[in-house]
Design a protein around this ligand. Structure first.
Ligand code: GLN
Length: 556
């Protein structure tokens, strides 16, 4: 007799599935994160798994213009940006197993087939691929020690790529039985026409599509520009076969951290605990509410210049924007991010003039030669005008290039990533990277230990001399130039255990810090990153000196 391909595990798991209908980009990631937060606020241990139905094994080789920023986890996984939302909303770090792609599933199935694990059977989507998906979901939940796992299915119901995943989830709900699984469907309720009529038809169609697969939603999250009227809720309830109280209206919010409270106010937390047979303790949102109250207070305003090359798509720098939101929620300062396409800077004097009036400058990470000169220019402005500056990864490397060119008087200094023939390679390849050709997962990735100099600004900001930060880079500062940098006042104040340069700072500047790692990945609403807080504080302090208090910047 043939052995079963998929043996249900003894331990039962509780699963909340979040699917999406009508269009992508509805904020499913924020919805999923917020649902997780509702349970966490009740003392329930949760974790989240993101399913990306594309064939890529991970997001590492993907262009930020297509999927937004690549989010790096502690273990070095280059993940979908939603993993960043999960970590921020839950206040928990996740590992690479929490981002499942079709590429990963097929790779696992094919490896098993090659090993002979399927004992000569024909390997098929059902049961082998679906079995692998179900096994992974259970394993991830158990490994995380969670009571509940939320599974967000990327894409839109009806996409060919997501079919095996939805089928696996349907099978899983059957296997787990009543009270173990809840299906949440996120849809769009557009408002159209001269009188602003809310339309339910797209929702009806997408729920019908879901039901054709054998999944009946327990909750419908209706996204749209405005709150739903009770008439529209009743209509969706009738057509989609869910109670009216299970039709939840989530209109656009000015800050995403509102969403858990919007859901809570409509009874979603209690509904989910009932569906899953979990205790419904009163939720604790005290700190969350305080964060939002401070966020809205906005007593002073600063403008931070963000200089990058993917500025048309804000999602490409999502974790940076969020890090500033976290500062706003702690300092009560309105932070306006002004985006600069670094390619435009060298040829546009009005951009340069505006940059010079910024309260702070952030140069984030990046790759390749395009737009690099604009970043160097922006760093030069920050350095010479005393504008607080934070350089992250590529921004840090470009700060070294700027210093070398302008202060060390090495006009052709560069990174060998941009100019392999430069006479002054102040940034060059890591020794072990020289032989690597593969593009996926080949960088220095993930959390690495950094030792900070005792007498340094960064050590004071972190309040310790040993930190762990996430990395994603190939190139590094060339140690040959360090002595000269130190002589002109650019200090190395952080190093990896093997000696690589991790932090540079200029002590004679109000705030000039460059870091090889990516602090933005570790900033959370409940614990903003010290470097972002310090940048904003330095900007505020400088503003008080430069302009009289109470005078709007346009008049000063
Ligand atoms: N391109 C640089 C490197 O590979 C910086 C990478 C980054 O900013 N993430 O080292």
């Amino acid at each position: 007799m043939a052995r079963p391909f998929y043996k249900p595990a003894e331990t039962l798991v509780k699963v909340i599935v979040v699917s999406g209908g009508v269009i992508s980009g509805l904020g499913k990631g924020i919805t999923t994160s917020s649902l997780g937060r509702l349970l966490k606020a009740r003392g329930i241990a949760v974790t989240i798994l993101k399913i990306d139905p594309y064939l890529n094994v991970d997001a590492g080789t993907m262009n930020p213009y297509q999927h937004g920023e690549v989010f790096v986890l502690d273990d070095g996984t280059e993940a979908d940006l939603d993993l960043g939302n999960y970590e921020r909303f839950l206040g928990q770090s996740l590992s690479g197993t929490h981002n499942l792609t079709t590429g990963k599933i097929y790779r696992a199935v094919i490896e098993k087939e090659r090993r002979g694990d399927y004992l000569g059977n024909t390997v098929q989507i059902i049961p082998h691929v679906t079995g692998e998906i179900k096994r992974t979901i259970r394993e991830v939940c158990q490994a995380a020690g969670a009571d509940v796992i939320l599974v967000e299915v990327g894409g839109t119901v009806g996409d060919i790529e997501s079919m095996p995943f939805l089928e696996a989830l349907r099978e899983l709900s059957y296997e787990l039985g009543e009270g173990h699984m809840a299906f949440v469907h996120t849809t769009l309720v557009p408002v159209v026409g001269p009188v602003g009529e809310a339309k339910t038809k797209p929702t009806q169609h997408s729920v019908r599509e879901l039901r054709a697969i054998g999944i009946r939603p327990n909750l419908i999250i209706a996204r749209g520009p405005a709150p739903l009227s009770s008439d529209i809720k009743t209509k969706i309830s009738l057509f989609c076969d869910v109670p009216p109280e299970a039709v939840i209206s989530v209109p656009d919010q000015s800050v995403i951290y509102e969403v858990p409270l919007v859901l809570e106010a409509q009874g979603v937390g209690t509904r989910l605990t009932r569906l899953l047979g979990l205790p419904d303790r009163p939720p604790d949102f005290a700190a969350w509410k305080e964060f939002l109250a401070t966020y809205r207070r906005g007593t002073a305003a600063i403008e931070v210049a963000v200089v990058g090359k993917y500025t048309d798509l804000r999602d490409a720098y999502l974790s940076h924007s969020e890090a500033f939101h976290h500062c706003q929620g702690h300092l009560g300062v309105d932070i306006h991010l002004q985006w600069y396409d670094s390619e435009d800077i060298p040829r546009n004097p009005s951009l340069i003039a505006r940059l010079e009036r910024s309260d702070a400058v952030l140069v984030p990470g990046g790759f390749g030669a395009r737009g690099v000169e604009g970043k160097v220019k922006a760093i030069g402005i920050a350095r010479t005008k005393g504008i607080p500056f934070l350089g992250v990864c590529y921004g840090f490397q470009m700060a070294a290039v700027e210093y070398a060119r302008d202060v060390l008087d090495l006009p052709r200094a560069n990174s060998t990533e941009i100019d392999p023939e430069t006479p002054d390679p102040v940034v060059c390849l890591l020794e072990e990277q020289k032989t690597v050709n593969d593009m996926g997962g080949t960088m220095r990735l993930g959390a690495q230990r950094v030792v900070l100099a005792r007498e340094s600004k960064v050590a004071a900001l972190y309040g310790k001399t040993e930190i762990w930060e996430r990395h994603r880079h190939r190139y590094e500062i060339n140690p040959k130039y360090l002595e000269r940098f130190e002589k002109v006042g650019l200090r190395v104040t952080g190093r990896a255990v093997d000696g690589r340069v991790e932090v540079l700072e200029a002590p004679d500047h109000p705030f000039f810090v460059g870091v090889q790692y990516h602090p933005e990945f570790l900033s959370r609403p409940e614990s903003p990153h010290p470097l972002y807080l310090a940048l904003v504080r330095a900007a505020l302090a400088r503003k008080e000196v430069v302009r009289p208090v109470g005078v709007p910047s346009a008049l000063a």
